[in-house]
Design a protein around this ligand. Structure first.
Ligand code: SF4
Ligand code: SF4
Length: 69
């Protein structure tokens, strides 16, 4: 199974729960600040998303959407 995610960078509050939850290591810490003063997470092409949706389930701010291919 493969998938991809979309992160709403303005909703992210930099808690990093999704990084902990992702079994693939696909989500990494971000460096750029959003309008709220947080640094939203982003994804890395070095590790693939499998579409498991654990990140979206864990996110308290509903900032992640998961799509399966
Ligand atoms: S859907 Fe699963 S594999 Fe993909 S980024 Fe989220 S936790 Fe990681
Ligand atoms: S769990 Fe949600 S709010 Fe927390 S870092 Fe990940 S995307 Fe941002």
């Amino acid at each position: 199974m493969k998938g991809f995610i979309k992160i709403n960078k303005e909703l992210c509050k930099e808690c990093h729960l999704c990084i902990i939850a992702c079994p693939q290591g696909h989500i990494i810490a971000g460096k750029e600040y959003n309008a709220q003063g947080y640094r939203p997470v982003c994804t890395t092409n070095e590790k693939e998303c499998n579409g498991c949706a654990l990140c979206a389930t864990m996110c308290p701010d509903i900032a992640i959407e998961v799509y399966r291919e």
